[in-house]
Design a protein around this ligand. Structure first.
Ligand code: PHE
Length: 448
């Protein structure tokens, strides 16, 4: 079977694809705004600790399950079960992850749709289409439905091309573009008045909030969301990695890039907020609380861009293009999770499977848009606060308690026997057995 399956053609290709999945709205939007509302640098510090000590080991569990299984998430997990009960449990975890990925995509596409329309608005302004620009800037049902569907269609068009010509090819193009836009914007914003105050708020910790349970829960949730854990996505990406690659270092690269981009995005967003404040735009409510995340992104930042005059149109375009690109490389990974399952389980053609599943997800998105106040928050909470940590924890339990330890270790060191002398080797198996499940469970219970 493996001969008909796709595979990443290079190490670079895998890293771009997996980092593309990890780096998304969660990094560029979620991380900076969470940092700003959770005590600045104290949150950054806690996030870094949790990302490396809990999320990275959990990411490795998912990658190794996939690489060993060389199949979709359900089949890969089932290969590790030794009896019918364990195989049922495997189905629950794998299929649960696939559903979680699909649901995340259904709300993610809505937010990404807002980003797309915000990208086009400055273009419409520049070409003098005032009516169109007005329509793009005002929230309406028709606008939201149109751009959500356009975004899902873009995702479908990449995924229907497969692993090497779809996911890998586009990740290799879009991720470098994202970096260039991100760094150009930072260079620009940091020269503006007010930026230094923002840098201070971002980088000087308020240690009094460091052990606040709310902060811990937010930081862990953020780390899990950001590394795309508990959604079967990293299992399926792991299954496209060749047996010659060093898994331990690949996982480490992906974590490093993800954390790095989140951190760097903070250098853009938080100073930008303070630059806006210096120009008279309000970023704190009357009670001193930071305004809500969407107020920040869709009101504060556009106000800032507008205030910049001619160059603002260009900066606004670049900013929302950055957001849209980040969202797209993540959304393709979410669609790949159910599509790979459908292709292998029901022997569907990839294009057919992609359109059917993409259609179902678009229908869910439309339902959410039509019942926005009742459904949007609910789906976000259900998937990111409950689904992801829970399923991520179950993957750790699978690897730590059900999989035969010798086989697990041999998969990790496949093609790279030198891994056996690393620190990772000594700590990880024990870590994935006890520390990760326990810590995730504790943080999780705390959040209830
Ligand atoms: N990691 C992505 C982000 O930070 C979101 C994501 C979640 C992607 C789950 C895939 C699966 O935006």
């Amino acid at each position: 079977m493996s001969s008909v399956r796709g595979e990443f053609s290079s190490r670079f290709g895998f890293i771009m694809a997996a980092a593309g999945s990890a780096v998304g709205l969660g990094n560029i939007w979620g991380f900076p705004t969470q940092t700003a509302s959770n005590g600045g640098a104290a949150f950054v510090l806690m996030y870094l600790i949790l990302a490396f000590c809990l999320a990275y080991p959990a990411l490795m569990a998912e990658l190794v399950i996939g690489r060993h299984g060389q199949a979709n998430a359900v089949s890969s997990l089932q290969k590790l079960g030794n009896n019918p009960v364990q195989k049922k449990f495997a189905f629950f975890v794998g299929f649960g992850g696939i559903i979680c990925a699909g649901l995340i995509l259904s709300f993610y596409a809505i937010v990404a749709g807002w980003m797309l329309s915000a990208t086009l608005e400055p273009v419409a302004t520049t070409v003098g289409a005032a009516g169109a620009a007005q329509w793009l800037s005002e929230q309406s049902l028709v606008r939201d439905l149109s751009f959500t569907l356009i975004f899902v269609a873009l995702t479908i068009s990449i995924i229907s091309k497969g692993v090497e010509n779809g996911i890998e090819k586009w990740s290799k193009r879009l991720m470098p573009a994202l970096l260039v836009i991100l760094f150009s914007l930072i260079a620009y914003v940091l020269t503006q008045e007010g930026a230094t105050t923002g840098l201070k708020a971002y980088l000087v910790p308020d240690f009094s909030s460091l052990l606040d349970p709310g902060l811990l829960v937010s930081a862990l949730g953020q780390a899990f969301f950001s590394l795309s854990l508990g959604t079967s996505v990293m299992i399926i990406y792991g299954s496209y990695i060749s047996k010659q690659e060093n898994l331990v270092s690949l996982g480490a690269y992906v974590t490093l890039i993800d954390v790095f981009i989140a951190f760097v995005a903070g250098l853009l967003i938080i100073p930008a907020m303070y630059v806006a404040q210096a120009q008279g735009v309000e970023i704190f409510s009357s009670s001193g609380q930071l305004l809500s995340e969407d107020t920040l992104v869709f009101q504060v930042l556009p106000a800032l861009f507008e205030g910049m005059g001619g160059v603002g149109v260009f900066v606004g375009f670049a900013f929302f293009a950055l957001m849209s690109i980040a969202a797209l490389t993540s959304s393709i990974s979410m669609l790949e999770a159910p599509v790979s399952y459908a292709v292998e389980k029901f022997a569907l053609a990839r294009t057919q499977a992609t359109w059917i599943i993409g259609g179902i997800i678009a229908t869910v998105s439309v339902t959410i848009i039509l019942n926005f106040s009742a459904l949007f928050g609910l789906v976000v909470q259900l998937t990111t606060q409950f689904g992801q940590p829970l399923l991520g924890m179950l993957c750790c339990i699978f690897v730590g308690w059900i999989w035969h330890r010798k086989k697990l270790l041999s998969e990790i060191q496949e093609g790279h026997p030198e891994v056996a002398s690393s620190v990772f080797w000594r700590i990880w198996p024990w870590y994935i057995r006890f520390v990760c499940p326990l810590a995730i469970a504790l943080v999780f219970i705390n959040s209830l």
